[in-house]
Each structure stands twice: as structure tokens, then as C-alpha cells.
Ligand binder design. Structure first.
Ligand SMILES: *Cc1c(COP(=O)(O)O)cnc(C)c1O
Length: 398
């Protein structure tokens, strides 16, 4: 096989697809956005959190769907995500705010005025860097002050708000566009921290407003609520809110009955689908996969699937999860390997190589939810969606 033959093949043939595919429903994302928006007062914008590649759903495609549903504020964790999102939104002709929740590290400041990005700020040093970069570019960088109101993570302390806001107000090349904080336990509405965080934020937010009352420009946004705050804490809506998990169709507390907004069910947007690689019949007493952690109790028919922990199908799901084949549940048996796992299809007729297997999502009347898999793996839907979504070929469907 000569090199010239290979060169011809490489240029002629489309790149082959993996058997494993994540399908994301744009209709579900748009419906979830509209439902979460409907819970808020009419003038309160809903910022869509699209960090972590939109919780595994694909940042660019998900942001496009949210924008179609009316979204004009997006949140990402880090600068590179913001730059990629800005390039996409610009090309699509969509004018929207992109808030970088982690703010910046020294050396990144010039990107903010260049790409029209908003920054979370929680130190005067980074505000000064943005100020210099904004002034040099002849633009004003929008900043949102991050206050630590009880999460004990990123942010200034509430009692620092007045002095911090005053110091930032003096800087050129920068504009105070908002103030925000984050709930640690909004998914448990009965916890006392919810009221404390909300009260701390109200104090910080009032201090911010005293400095800004004479200000010009955009009305600054005060925002506290995440998905759980939007759904459970009406007192925490202020004048913007940030939603992540609910936009992807899941309840923040992992209880499917709570995945409801405005009286309607949120819809899980992600499906994870593969195909049967081999079907094999084995005798009773046969040890299956690494460590023989499963031993067949009867003559069994097993389907070998080309899915493993490399694909985000966590090893912790070994001997616990089920997949859907022909609309029926088939238990995963034995250890999940790096690239392979096995399902017991003894009770499902006529399973054959190439048949569709659903690992997350619905097939016929049966569904496997991210909450179900997360509970089995000892984690939360958020992590499970990121791992499956970000480790597989993804496609958006209408
Ligand atoms: C991720 C994140 C959110 C969204 O939280 P959900 O529980 O997914 O709605 C909101 N605010 C901040 C600061 C975040 O980091």
C-alpha cells in the first residue's frame, strides 16, 4: 500500500463516525428557557449558564437555541469559552452579554474590551487591569461585582461592598454593570442559609446602589438566583437570574417531580445512544468482564456495547445501570471497561449486532434519566451530563 494510494484515500473519504452519539434537542432547550423565563417577572432577564460546554450539551449550539428563545445574557466560567462564544454570536448577528464568572488572571485583561466581554470582579487589582485595558482600547469594560454572601467561595465579603464599589466607580475604562452572589443550598429551601444569603445580598446590593444612584449608562443588574433559587426562592429574583441545570431539563435537587417551571415539565435535552457490537450466548456460572464481578446465574445472552468510562459512562455504574434495547431495560452486567461494557439481554427477543442502544434518554416508553444514573454513580446530574456530553460526538436536532 503506497503513500500515494493512502493520500488519495485520505482526501476522498469522509471521517468515520463513532458508534456512540449524543443527541441534543434544540426544541427542549428552547422550551426549558421559555419556561424558566416565565417564572421571573417580565422585566427580569434570564442569563443562560453555558459553562462546561453547556453542561455537556455543546456551548455554541445550546447558546444558539437559547438566543432563539430570547436569551441575551450568557454565563461562562473562563475566558477561552467567552471568546469562542463571542465569535459564534458575532457571526450569527446576535448582540448579547457574555459574563465570565471566574473573572480574569493577569495577562488576560485585553481580551475583555476587544471581545466585548463582561467580567466578574472580586479584587481591585483585576479591576485596575481591566480599567487600563478598557481605557487603552477606548472602551468601557462591563464588570459585575462578585460578593460572597455565604457560599464561601469566590467573592468579596458583603461588608466590603461599599468601599469596593466606590473604588471601582473611580476607574476609567470600566463600567459597573452588576452585582451578584451565589446560593450554596437553594435546592433545599428549608435550610436557614437561604434567608441569610438573601439578606446578606440585599445589604451588599443596597450599598452598591448608594454608590451608583447617580450613575449613567445601563441599569445595573443585581442577581442571586440559580435554577433552584428561581424555582424555590421568589424573594431572590432581584433583577436578573442565572439558570443552568433547569435549562437542560433537570431539577437542581435531582428529584424528577421537581423538574417543573410555570406549571409545565422541563424536558431533558440530551440522549446518549450507541449500537450493539456483538451478541453472545454463555452458560450459567460464567464470570463476566474484568474481575468477574458478575457471574451468570442462568444460561444468558449478553450484548457487548462499544461504550466505556472513556465515553463518560462511569465505571461506578458497573452492575448498577440499565440500558434500553428494543424499548426494554437491559441491566449492565460486569465491570464497565475503558471502551466496552455488557448488557444482559436474555429476556429481550432477537437482539442483533447494530441494534440501537439508549444509555441516557428514552426509547419507546422507557426512559433512563441523568438523575437515575447520577444516583447510581453517587454523583449529581450536572457531573453526569458533562461527562457524557463532553466525551462523545454530539449533534443538535430540531
Ligand atoms: C453554575 C452556576 C450557576 C447555575 O447553577 P444551576 O444550579 O445549574 O442553575 C449560577 N451561578 C453561578 C455563579 C454558577 O457558577
Amino acid at each position: 500500500m503506497g503513500l500515494s494510494f493512502l493520500r488519495r484515500q485520505i482526501s476522498m473519504n469522509p471521517f468515520p463516525d463513532s458508534a456512540n452519539r449524543v443527541w441534543v434537542s434544540a426544541a427542549a432547550l428552547k422550551s426549558n428557557y421559555r419556561l424558566m423565563r416565565s417564572v421571573l417577572p417580565p422585566a427580569t432577564p434570564l442569563l443562560a449558564m453555558v459553562k462546561a460546554d453547556a453542561y455537556g450539551h455543546g456551548m455554541v449550539a445550546a447558546a444558539g437555541a437559547f438566543a432563539e428563545a430570547g436569551c441575551r445574557h450568557f454565563g461562562v466560567a473562563e475566558l477561552p469559552e467567552a471568546v469562542r462564544l463571542r465569535e459564534y454570536l458575532y457571526a450569527a448577528g446576535i448582540d448579547a452579554e457574555i459574563l465570565v464568572m471566574a473573572g480574569l488572571l493577569p495577562g488576560q485583561e485585553e481580551y475583555f474590551p476587544r471581545y466585548g466581554l463582561s467580567a466578574a470582579v472580586f479584587s481591585l487589582d483585576s479591576a485596575r487591569l481591566l480599567s487600563a485595558a478598557g481605557a487603552a482600547a477606548g472602551r468601557r469594560v462591563l464588570v459585575h461585582i462578585k460578593v460572597d454572601c455565604g457560599m464561601t467561595r469566590l467573592g468579596i465579603m458583603p461588608e466590603e461592598t461599599l468601599a469596593f464599589t466606590e473604588a471601582i466607580e473611580q476607574l476609567s475604562g470600566i463600567e459597573l454593570a452588576g452585582i451578584f452572589a451565589h446560593f450554596p443550598e437553594a435546592d433545599s429551601p428549608e435550610k436557614p442559609s437561604n434567608r441569610q444569603v438573601r439578606d446578606n445580598f440585599a445589604v451588599a446590593s443596597a450599598a452598591f446602589t448608594t454608590v451608583l444612584s447617580a450613575a449613567k449608562g445601563l441599569p445595573p443588574r443585581h442577581h442571586l438566583a440559580n435554577s433552584a433559587g428561581i424555582l424555590n426562592q421568589r424573594m431572590a429574583h432581584f433583577d436578573m437570574a442565572r439558570s443552568g441545570i433547569a435549562l437542560y431539563g433537570y431539577a437542581p435537587d435531582g428529584i424528577p417531580a421537581h423538574a417543573v417551571a410555570g406549571g409545565e415539565a422541563l424536558q431533558p435535552a440530551m440522549r446518549f445512544v450507541s449500537r450493539v457490537l456483538q451478541v453472545k450466548d454463555v452458560a450459567a456460572g460464567c464470570g463476566v468482564s474484568y474481575g468477574h464481578t458478575f457471574v451468570t446465574a442462568r444460561p444468558s445472552r449478553l450484548a457487548v456495547l462499544p461504550v466505556g468510562y472513556e465515553d463518560g459512562y462511569q465505571r461506578a455504574l458497573s452492575n448498577k445501570a440499565s440500558v434500553l434495547i428494543h424499548g426494554r431495560r437491559a441491566p449492565i452486567v460486569g465491570r464497565i471497561c475503558m471502551n466496552l461494557c455488557l448488557a444482559d439481554v436474555t429476556e429481550i427477543a432477537a437482539v442483533a449486532t447494530g441494534d440501537e442502544v439508549v444509555l441516557l434518554g428514552c426509547q419507546g416508553d422507557e426512559c433512563v434519566s441523568a438523575d437515575e444514573l447520577a444516583a447510581l454513580a453517587g454523583t449529581i446530574s450536572y457531573e453526569l451530563l458533562c461527562m457524557i456530553g463532553n466525551n462523545n460526538q454530539r449533534e443538535m436536532v430540531a
